[in-house]
Ligand binder design. Structure first.
Ligand code: FAD
Length: 400
């Protein structure tokens, strides 16, 4: 799988993009992305529309089933391969967040679902026949304090009756299934605050209009995110994933993979932005010379490159630890934070480098600049990562 080494290329972007791992996979992703240039994404952005054709193409190529084991119809690849797929999508100027959740949400089903559930859903998810793109955790009143969520599921015979509300549930209108975190035991009756939460697999195809109402939220980026109103929704007990009351632990279990994938996605965006900026800095002449000749333009680009490379190293380390089954919470969190800031600095530098043209939609810089800002807030905000490191790595008192 190893092809080019850093010494074999003079182009720093090619070193970053092609070296060391999965060069064939990267080529295959890039081939698909070539059919979805900037004007495709710009149109979707203007219309707040979903990239259905793009996601279908990724599915048909088997990319979104990369982490599903072969026995369930996927390609059973390591996490690093999935990370490379997401990086390469964004490094090609496309938008991985339209489909990334399909890679990590199914992890909960894979690790904690019954054999019957896995046989029933995973092959169709792997083939793209079934879309598992929606993950309902965040609620309007509890926010980052997940254990305080209010959506309540009460068992009545063979069904759970669910009432509550979720917010920021992305892609719910473009997904067949939603993994929903609910409270099954009242908070006051739990020994620990992390107890009493459960994960339910909701079939949105039948739930919409029958207990679930989904409303899009207008946002600064085209993320197809929604509010989900749940009223007397009946979910078969057969759709409980894992054991009742252990849902919070299941969600935590999946977080390291999610952080590593999102980190690599950030790096992909950062590399696309930086390449655009460097090309522009070399081409654009003002005062009789390329603007990139000015240190005031050049040095921020060099700094952005360095930050992206450093974040990439941490993301690779986290992925390697994850793959070998070793603890990687600190590394996965650090990779996500470093990558989210590196890509934001790359975006801001790219915008500045483009001068007024950075604001013109046709350059796609302003769109990417808006898009990459989200990584500092979702799927977890920067402060919560710092709090995790302070407490669990440095041994400081819990800050919240
Ligand atoms: C575009 C978008 C897509 C999203 N997609 C999904 C999705 O698909 N599914 C889903 O479940 N959620 C999703 N989210 C929600 C996202 O995960 C949350 O917005 C995020 O976790 C922060 O929660 P909050 O918005 O409630 O902020 P709050 O929890 O209200 O926090 C607000 C600010 O206060 C800070 N803060 C809070 N408590 C502390 C503390 N103790 N110490 C220091 N700082 C603190 C936070 O860091 C943050 O900066 C999405 C959000 C967005 C914007």
């Amino acid at each position: 799988m190893t092809t080019a080494t850093p010494q074999e290329s003079d182009d720093p972007f090619m070193v970053s993009l092609e070296s060391q791992d999965y060069s064939e996979l990267r080529d295959a992703v890039r081939r698909i992305c070539r059919d979805y240039p900037g004007d495709y994404w710009r149109k979707l952005d203007n219309e707040s529309a979903y990239p259905t054709e793009f996601v279908r193409a990724l599915n048909e190529a088997g990319f979104l089933g990369a982490l599903i084991p072969e026995e369930y119809g996927g390609s059973g690849m390591p996490l690093r391969a999935a990370a490379v797929i997401l990086e390469e999508i964004n490094a090609s100027g496309c938008v991985a967040s339209a489909a990334h959740a399909q890679m990590y949400i199914m992890g909960t089903l894979l690790r904690h679902g019954s054999e019957e559930q896995k046989r029933r859903y995973l092959p169709d998810i792997a083939s793209g026949a079934l879309r598992l793109q929606a993950f309902g955790v965040t609620e309007p009143t509890s926010g980052s304090d997940t254990t305080q969520l209010k959506t309540r599921a009460v068992r009545k015979g063979d069904v759970y009756v669910v009432n509550g509300q979720k917010v920021w549930t992305s892609r719910a209108l473009h997904s067949d299934l939603m993994l929903l975190l609910v409270r099954t035991t009242p908070f006051e009756e739990c020994r620990k605050k992390t107890d009493g939460l459960s994960t339910l697999l909701v079939d949105l195809r039948t739930a919409k209009g029958n207990g679930i109402e989904i409303r899009p939220i207008a946002t600064m980026i085209n993320h197809n995110t929604t509010e989900v109103f749940i009223e007397n929704l009946e979910v078969p007990v057969a759709n409980l994933v894992g054991e009742e009351g252990k849902g919070f632990r299941y969600i935590l279990d999946g977080m390291n993979a999610e952080r590593i994938l999102v980190a690599q996605e950030c790096i992909g965006d950062g590399r696309w932005l930086l390449k655009k900026a460097v090309d522009y800095a070399n081409e654009r002449e003002v005062f009789g010379r390329a603007i990139g000749q000015n240190q005031g333009v050049q040095f921020p680009l060099a700094r952005a490159y360095m930050e992206l490379e450093a974040a990439d190293l941490m993301a690779r380390k986290a992925a390697a630890l994850f793959q070998s089954g070793r603890p990687c919470g600190a590394e996965a969190n650090m990779a996500k934070l470093l990558a989210s800031e590196a890509t934001w600095h790359a975006a801001d530098t790219a915008l500045q480098t483009h001068g007024g043209f950075g604001f013109a939609q046709e350059y796609d810089i302003e769109r990417k600049w808006r898009e990459v800002r989200i990584y500092q807030t979702a799927p977890i905000s920067t402060n919560l990562i710092l709090a995790y490191l302070g407490e669990h790595v440095l041994g400081l008192p819990r800050s919240y």
